[in-house]
Write a new protein. Structure first.
Length: 340
């Protein structure tokens, strides 16, 4: 069974040889390769080489074409501050006043900002990896795009003070997500996951998620699936139990859950949705390999009775993670099959 078959069978709750392991490794691959983070974040060729090296070094089941959460907003005109050993932050938001919202133009993924470099990385990963690993792309979800365009406080005030403009902003953000996701699929990813941390109940009330995001996420996944994505993958961090109930309506087929969430609670709410998670990210810096191995084996055991589980961390593997800890997680998955 090759990697792609293993993952597809897992998503579909069909028999497979072992539990897949897909750690969210982004900038850590640059650290592993001894490459400055800035080069990784701005050069698609460098990103692809670092991802391939990390995949070959650790032996997990994926590579990931993802730079940082500022790619979309930068492509539309926000000014970023790049930092030597940290991800960039927004220095100046493109939407300085709500009157600008109606005049926004969709970015061209093949022309604007760093989007073309990311698509270049995807093409190189497709040439190098093919179907021997899951090539994962990533787009920000509507709420996170909105916040990256305007700032969290301004968006939340907008939702109360100018609800029509808030709706317009989310509609625009939804189009950004669909456009960039489809460009990633066209360039070669197997799946473009939707990463929407600002949709978490720790940021917005569950009622806002229900009212404003269910139908928009549903439309995004419909478009991405039509474009060729093999699975509808939603990645929302934090304590998200209050919104898991909406995932089937959205069409989520692979649901990521954070380390603060009890795996058994997720499975109870989503009995026939493939799950990925949820090792504590900071553990990859602070813990010993044997502790990571034990936690990984415990997670695998939690899902022994079904086949719809992928071992992962609750969020990104930190840049400064100990390589031996990542190896311990991967080794645990290789040793512990679904049926042992």
């Amino acid at each position: 069974m090759n990697t792609l078959e293993r993952i597809v069978n897992t998503i579909n709750f069909e028999p497979h040889d072992r539990v897949p392991v897909i750690p969210p490794i982004f900038g850590h691959s640059a650290i592993l390769s001894g490459v400055p983070l800035m080069k990784y974040l701005t050069d698609g060729g460098v990103l692809a080489k670092c991802q391939v090296k990390a995949h070959n070094h650790y032996g997990y089941d994926s590579v990931c074409a993802f730079m940082d959460v500022c790619v979309e907003t930068e492509a539309m005109g926000s000014e970023l501050e790049f930092r030597e050993k940290l991800y960039p932050i927004v220095k100046s938001y493109i939407i300085s006043d709500s009157s600008i919202i109606n005049d926004l133009n969709l970015p061209d993924p093949f022309e604007d900002g760093r989007m073309p470099e990311l698509l270049k990385a995807i093409g190189l990963l497709k040439e190098e990896i093919g179907d021997n690993a899951l090539i994962v792309g990533c787009v920000l979800g509507p709420m996170t795009v909105a916040i990256q365009l305007m700032g969290i406080e301004n968006v939340l005030f907008l939702s109360v003070d100018e609800p029509k403009k808030f709706t317009r902003l989310l509609d625009f953000a939804t189009e950004v997500c669909k456009s960039f996701g489809k460009a990633q699929i066209e360039s070669g990813v197997h799946v473009s996951l939707v990463f929407d941390p600002a949709a978490s109940p720790i940021v917005i009330p569950p009622e806002m998620f229900r009212t404003h995001l269910i139908q928009r996420l549903k439309k995004i996944f419909k478009e991405l699936k039509k474009a060729g994505s093999i699975v509808n993958w939603l990645f929302i961090t934090g304590i998200a139990q209050q919104i898991f109930q909406y995932y089937p309506e959205i069409g989520v087929e692979l649901a990521h859950f954070d380390y603060e969430v009890d795996p058994k609670d997720v499975r109870t709410t989503l009995p026939r949705t493939c799950l990925s998670g949820n090792l504590k990210p900071i553990s990859f810096i602070e813990d010993r390999p044997e502790e990571i191995a034990k936690a990984s084996s415990k997670l695998i055991s939690n899902f022994r009775e079904d086949e719809g589980y992928i071992l992962s961390a609750g969020c990104e593997i930190p840049l400064e993670s100990k390589p031996e800890n990542i190896t311990a997680m991967v080794t645990a998955a290789h040793k512990r099959g679904v049926f042992d």
